[in-house]
Write a protein that binds this ligand. Structure first.
Ligand SMILES: CC(C)(COP(=O)(O)OP(=O)(O)OC[C@H]1O[C@@H](n2cnc3c(N)ncnc32)[C@H](O)[C@@H]1OP(=O)(O)O)[C@@H](O)C(=O)NCCC(=O)NCCS
Length: 197
């Protein structure tokens, strides 16, 4: 399936959340939790300022792969941005002769939640819904995500969703602290998802 053939499945709703495409107007709300050291400790980048964060996420490819997680309003609470997801569609590795068939067939996933909203299953709910989109309307064959091995909340989330640990690598990832740390990669194939979910 090409990008042109895919119709846009976003936004999506779960029982508690809406997950929608990120717009430039959302970036300030994302910055409110992305600037917190506890949140960006394990993330690939920790921009020092709001302006640097905005500049990075205004990149059209990055913005297109970014989704806002919003808590739906209730009688007591307002609609609130609580986190973000990355769903970056990419090519799979392939031998040259068949590389055309491996284009846009998988996605790298990522996630971040404001600490005030942790521990209530929101991230799990959002990522589960995103995987449903990947294997449903987007027709992808595989999703994967990586994390530092020390990022236990992140790998616990992946294991909660039934993602398979495919790699544990020793001291392969350089943390901004200057330390080489262990890394982990998790993945899930479309045919594994019905059983996992
Ligand atoms: C990774 C991250 C999103 C996980 O957040 P989280 O709050 O642990 O995940 P969830 O929102 O899914 O909540 C799950 C927790 O809530 C509990 N929970 C409560 N109600 C729940 C429900 N209805 N459904 C599922 N879990 C529920 C679970 O038991 C779990 O707690 P546990 O890990 O102590 O067992 C968060 O730690 C984060 O944003 N970290 C910073 C950014 C980051 O590191 N991103 C990943 C880079 S690789």
């Amino acid at each position: 399936m090409t990008d042109v053939q895919r119709s846009d499945p976003w936004p999506i709703r779960t029982s508690r959340l809406e997950i929608r495409r990120c717009t430039p107007e959302d970036l300030d709300a994302l910055w409110e939790f992305r600037k917190i050291p506890e949140v960006n400790r394990w993330l690939g980048v920790a921009p020092a300022t709001r302006a640097a964060f905005r500049e990075r996420y205004l990149d059209p490819d990055r913005l297109a792969a970014t989704f806002v997680i919003e808590l739906l309003p209730t009688s007591d609470t307002e609609r609130t941005v609580i986190g973000d997801l990355m769903v970056r569609i990419e090519d799979a590795w392939a031998q040259l002769e068949v590389a055309g068939d491996a284009k846009g067939v998988q996605a790298e996933l990522g996630w971040a939640l404001g600490p005030a909203f942790a521990g209530r299953g929101y991230a799990t709910e959002a990522v589960k819904a995103a995987i449903d989109v990947c294997f449903g309307p987007l027709g992808l064959r595989r999703v994967h995500a990586g994390c530092f091995a020390d990022n236990e909340p992140s790998w616990r989330l992946m294991e909660r969703l039934g993602m398979r640990r495919e790699e544990f690598s020793r001291k392969t990832a350089l943390h901004r602290s200057g330390e080489w740390l262990d890394g982990m990669d998790y993945a899930l194939l479309a045919e594994e998802w019905p059983a996992a979910r």
